[in-house]
Write a protein that binds this ligand. Structure first.
Ligand code: ADP
Ligand code: MG
Length: 233
């Protein structure tokens, strides 16, 4: 068994204080294996987004340790955490979160450039190739406002690929899409996962979306529920 690429040990996240105190995560232990496809399943408010933020080094836990490729993400300062994150963590947010004033191509180029700076060892991604891969070569010069929801989400996926991820974190990637478009976006993510071999973590409240993964971890009120499924690959 090879080393996990990411680990969480005893992770708790508390927001607010006094009567506004919310414990979003309470004692999470989790290992991520290289190349695996993991679903984080749970109702709204169960802590899925917070856990993705923790795995991605966007949020520092109130307690516990997170590592990424052996580095202790949780004890780095913000700048060092940004650099560690740039070493291979791609993020697809619930809404596409594209830069509104940049074209599809420019959104990808921006991510590719930041990645090339952080990882001189990696061949810089070609935005045109990635747009073609998600079927949007014709939209290279379109601004986000000129794209449909499904197209914007495919650009967001291509942008995450421009980071040459070893880990792709997807937060309810079909949350804002109709069911047919959502299915196509999920098929695309699955195909890219098979082609590129990054580890894939998808947060979802939808058991049908989770069923695509080889492992499901269910969150319940900030804790990992006992019911955990594992489908042999
Ligand atoms: P999910 O993604 O499963 O819906 P979240 O991680 O977004 O869950 O939220 C978990 C809990 O933490 C919820 O009770 C939510 O209201 C709370 N929460 C999330 N973000 C914040 C924040 N920035 N400030 C205060 N409470 C928050
Ligand atoms: Mg969420």
């Amino acid at each position: 068994m090879s080393e996990p690429i990411g680990t969480c040990r005893g992770i708790s996240v508390v927001y607010g204080s006094g009567s506004a105190r919310v414990e979003a995560l309470a004692g999470i232990d989790l290992d991520l294996d290289d190349g695996e496809q993991l679903a984080l399943l749970g109702r709204s408010g169960s802590g899925k987004t917070t856990l993705l933020h923790i795995l991605g080094g966007l949020v520092v836990p109130s307690a516990g340790d997170v590592t990424w490729l052996g580095e202790p993400l949780s004890s780095l300062d913000a700048e060092a955490r940004g650099k560690a994150r740039a070493r291979g963590i791609g993020y697809v947010f619930q809404g596409a979160n594209l830069f509104p004033h940049l074209s599809a191509w420019e959104n990808l180029a921006f991510a590719a450039r930041a990645t090339a700076e952080a990882r001189p060892d990696v061949t810089p991604a070609d935005p045109d190739r990635l747009l073609a891969l998600v079927g949007l070569a014709a939209k290279r010069d379109a601004l986000p406002a000129e794209l449909s929801g499904g197209e914007a989400q495919r650009v967001a996926i291509a942008r995450a690929l421009a980071q040459t991820p070893r880990l792709l974190l997807c937060d309810e990637p079909t949350g804002h899409l109709d069911s047919d478009t959502g299915e196509r976006v999920l098929d695309l993510i699955d195909a890219l996962h098979r082609e590129f071999g990054f580890a894939l973590v998808t947060a979802t409240h939808d058991p049908n979306v989770a069923a695509r993964a080889s492992r499901t971890v269910e969150l319940l009120d900030g804790k990992i529920a006992d019911r955990v499924s594992e489908v042999p690959a």
